[in-house]
Design a protein around this ligand. Structure first.
Ligand code: ZN
Length: 230
């Protein structure tokens, strides 16, 4: 076992780390500095990570880096939003809306495109989607008019939907959004459902909040629907 470091040395190392954190990065090249600054503007990317990514790109072939930058540029210039569900698309309709094998009478309402990807990854849903572009949140200044709610109501009418499934975050804003849209849909012959809410798989019962636990008990299901079908 290596001998323990004396406290003075440990303190000094901590000070060096703090200094490195506080000091601005000094670059020998403005090209390098610009690239690092651009990467550091991405969410979750700090200057150090940005520098690591840029140095990685410098080591690659010019053709590889060109392909990378072209992919990013084309993504921004050519990306479209599906005219039906507002998901990301290459054409007028996204691949999900254009797929006739999917159940056209079911619409799953989600907050954003990340939710579509998450649900698609489960391979358990075969209907269509509707991306609201957010949820009603007066504190953040987001009202119903800023969301794709009217287009959802139009779709439910025109497409003669049989079921609208709300897959929104289980919080006050999510519930407010469901309540608001539910009221607008109430005169249509459509079943309105929401995804199940309860204790997360692998979660500890004693750590669940009261609301989650209460909902889990009131929305209990027969064991054969859950355990037996696994
Ligand atoms: Zn679509």
């Amino acid at each position: 076992m290596p001998p323990a470091q004396p406290p003075l040395f440990r303190r000094r190392r901590w000070r060096v780390k703090l200094l490195l954190y506080l000091c601005p990065m000094v670059f020998s090249s403005s090209l390098l500095e610009n690239a690092v600054n651009e990467f550091a503007r991405l969410p979750g990317i700090g200057k150090k990570t940005a520098l690591r990514l840029v140095l990685h790109l410098i080591k690659k072939d010019v053709s590889e880096v060109k392909n990378f930058s072209e992919a990013i540029q084309r993504l921004r210039e050519e990306i479209k939003f599906c005219s039906r569900c507002h998901n990301i698309a290459d054409k007028e309709l996204c691949n999900i809306c254009a797929n006739n094998l999917r159940r056209q009478e079911m619409i799953c309402v989600v907050e954003n495109i990340r939710d579509v990807i998450a649900i698609e990854s489960t391979q358990q849903y075969n209907g269509l989607y509707h991306v609201l572009g957010g949820i009603i949140s007066p504190l953040d200044g987001i009202g119903p008019d800023q969301l794709q709610i009217d287009t959802l109501i139009e779709r439910a009418k025109n497409e003669q939907s049989e079921e609208i499934i709300f897959a929104l975050s289980p919080n006050i804003q999510g519930d407010t959004t469901i309540y608001y849209i539910g009221k607008k849909l109430k005169d249509l012959p459509v079943k309105i459902t929401t995804i199940a809410r309860g204790i997360a798989f692998g979660g500890e019962l004693e750590y669940a909040d009261e609301m989650t636990l209460a909902r889990s008990i009131s929305n209990r299901m027969p064991v054969e629907n859950y355990v037996m079908n696994k």
